[in-house]
Design a protein around this ligand. Structure first.
Ligand SMILES: [Zn+2]
Length: 269
């Protein structure tokens, strides 16, 4: 693209922008052509559409609606075409196309989409995050954290998971908050040392012996959640401290189970 001030070709640049959108301050990644000479920014039609979509996704993420990307991912996870999702959600395929490319769905339609893509909107068992307990998946998630953090998460069959349990807990909670389903099906209790796997003493040797290749592989979305947790909490003390400050933990009596629906009150991520 040529600079309108006649400085010749402009360069394509990616930048993080902030905008006020529907009363929210939204951060998003934008791409513009920028003139190296006069710094003027311009978009062609494709860029304008992509930037609009990025802003829409930033907004939807900020107000906890499914983003276009999450709708696509949820659909792919089920091997569904746009038409399959349209049928399951009882809407026109044109609506699915618009939501995936940037139009913002209402809260009511968001519930319908979540229901179609992720099963129940309300949790049947509030303590397992809409998933049966999977020891192989716990091991898989711990293994992922081990490679992200560069240290072993599960050391011995008598490991008390003092810190590893916090990483698991954030993973399950954030996954539930963003997708309506936890990662491992684990149940957590508020113990004096923070959120902990319920019955961890019995579970640890079983997790140690579990075969992670039997687990359902992590989705791209789940991998991103784990990466952002590892990035936020590079050290054990940091996650230990943060978990102790979450209302989902502080408002419980010792030994009380933590509901997955409490994930909405998580503030560290
Ligand atoms: Zn210029």
């Amino acid at each position: 693209m040529e600079c309108p001030n006649k400085h010749g070709l402009m360069a394509l640049k990616t930048m993080v922008k902030e905008a006020d959108f529907r009363g929210k301050r939204v951060k998003y990644r934008a791409q513009h052509f920028v003139c190296p000479e006069c710094s003027i920014e311009a978009d062609d039609l494709n860029l304008a559409a992509a930037n609009q979509k990025a802003l829409s996704d930033g907004y939807r993420s900020a107000v906890k609606l499914l983003t276009g990307g999450q709708i696509v991912e949820g659909r792919k996870r089920l091997n569904w075409s746009q038409e399959d999702l349209a049928k399951a959600a009882n809407v026109g395929i044109a609506s699915i196309k618009r939501w995936e490319t940037g139009q913002i769905q209402t809260k009511a339609m968001d519930d319908v989409l979540r229901n179609a893509l992720y099963g129940k909107t309300t949790c049947a068992d509030p303590y397992t995050g809409n998933r049966p307990l999977s020891l192989p998946r716990i091991k898989l998630v711990l293994g992922r954290f081990s490679s992200l953090l560069g240290r072993k998460m599960l050391k011995s069959p008598t490991d008390k998971l003092l810190y590893a349990a916090k990483y698991l807990w954030y993973g399950d909670m954030i996954a539930f908050r963003e997708t309506g389903q936890g990662m491992t099906g684990a149940t957590y209790a508020a113990l004096p040392h923070g959120p902990q796997l319920n019955n961890y003493r019995d579970l640890v040797p079983l997790i140690k012996d579990a075969d992670e290749t039997e687990a359902e592989p992590l989705s791209e979305h789940e991998k991103r959640i784990l990466a952002s947790i590892a990035k936020t909490f590079p050290g054990d003390q940091k996650i230990y401290g943060a978990a102790h400050k979450e209302r989902a933990y502080t408002e419980k009596k010792h030994g009380e189970l933590i509901r997955y629906t409490d994930a909405d009150s998580i503030t560290a991520l």
